[in-house]
Design a protein around this ligand. Sequence first.
Ligand SMILES: [Zn+2]
Length: 603
Amino acid sequence: MRLNPASLLGGWQELNAAATIPHCVANVERTGTIANLRRLAEAGQDGPEGTFQGPWFADSDLYKTLEAIGWEAGRSGTERWAGLLSEVAGLLEQVQAPDGYLNTYVQGTPDKVPFSNPEYTHELYCAGHLMQAAVALHRGSGDERFLAVARRFGDLVVREFGEDGEPVIDGHPEVETALVELYRETGEESYLRAAELQVERRGHRTLAGGRFGAQYYQDHLPVREATEAIGHSVRQLYLAAGVTDLYLENGDESLLRAMEQLWDSAFGTKMYVIGGHGSRHRDESYGDPYELPPDRAYAETCASIAALQWCWRMLLATGQARYAEEMERALLNAIAASMDHSGTAFFYSNPLQLRTGHDGSSEDAPSERLPWYGCACCPPNLARLLASLHGYAATADAAGLQVHLLTPGTFAGESLTAVVETGYPWDGDVLVTVTGRGELAVRVPSWAEGATLDVTGGQVLAGPVPGDYLRVTCADGATVRLTLPMTPRLVRADERADAVRGCVAVMRGPLVHCVEQADLPEGVLVEQLRLDPAAPIAEERGQDAVTPVRLRLSGVVRPLGQELYGTYDPAPRTGTPVTFTAIPYHAWANRGPGAMRVWLPLA
Ligand SMILES: [Zn+2]
């Protein structure tokens, strides 16, 4: 599977390789994450000198960066980081204890005992990222050294927390999906059983609740009963990905049924229109159903990445288009917005509204993207996702090929290869040319009412139904042309999403749009705009390469009131007619700090 580097998604992969991965490497070096390993490797009889640097889970930032390098090596064949990989592999081999244990925070901090505080220390979380890095490096470049280190830790988990071991689970899920991946890579079944035990042991309140409570770690109910998305959103979504991975290997239908209910809760009542998850800044957690304030949205970048990863597994489990559609929503909106156009500055939280006068001094809600964070989970997470993005675009099986992300590229199955040419998401024309023969499936988005299909050299098994896959039996040389309606549309939220009641969001294709202060006439504030829902929406093309299609909206400008509260006046309010530009949400905050909103009140 290969993305065209000149496309939107393929271009992000190129930017990731050229800018984001090097930026992550420089920052894990700068912040002492690699130095934590060197310090332990160089320790003498009296123990290491100096102190551990960074947050207690800092190892995971290094491992995610290594995972990105592994996928990138597999994608492009680059050996740019061979020196770094060699050095870090040597350090890990030196620092890893004889029993397989490895964690620079616990090993490098006096009086810390392995696995004695699983609520907080993230030891299995870090081990999970080590395993995923090792799998990526093994698949990407055949590297055996990291895999050997990861296996030694995996074997430790099997011994310590296996069938007859201690019933320890980690406060931060992640090792579940990693152990399944390690099993897939090595064929060692004890890793799969260890993942199963991690999943089965969660939800029995074995973690001390502390100030967060059991729900924070999803330890309040067993996974088959915990059908409401709750607690820390990244933990919830990583856990769900791990449970779904387990189902994919052991076929336990009760796990899939629970995941389907959990998915309906997360994506049906608690997701932002940009594909963000977790509305509460406090505890980085999910809120109540429909508690989706646009200005106070937390919507951590890692949560959208985790949501995409979970949807991918649900797609593999069921083949249903809705999971691929939510992957696309997260990818093209929340995830895309989290990185700037240089690939070296990032949002941690992703609000849907920034007010005039926003106080951006708080680290987790800045007005602009930052180069790095004290808690730096998001940037390397983005790097590993982008480096592996081509792997999410299509799948293949004995029958043929299934295209999930509509993006230019070359996708090879067992019996046929498809070359996809399209300007999507800017244009709705998708041309697929097939060599070989077999069944081609292409996802038709749920909003694409009126999509048309033109096939030569193939037989249509299923036409373009919105929210499903079109299916064509293709002969060698067949062409399949799908044309999607890209007319801009207004989207409303459920009545119960009070914070945006009376507002609409503007979408064109899969892209959510927003209005930025930088595009408004002199003297008009974002807060004064009201959208006329009956007015046609015009397209502006060719303004710049980053946002080749912008939208021209019509409405009115209302004068701002003088008092915070006053007597309600039932008379219709008027305003001055105005037209204004909306840009794709993912391009916001690239022109300096300024007010922005996705949800627009109606005139
Ligand atoms: Zn994060």
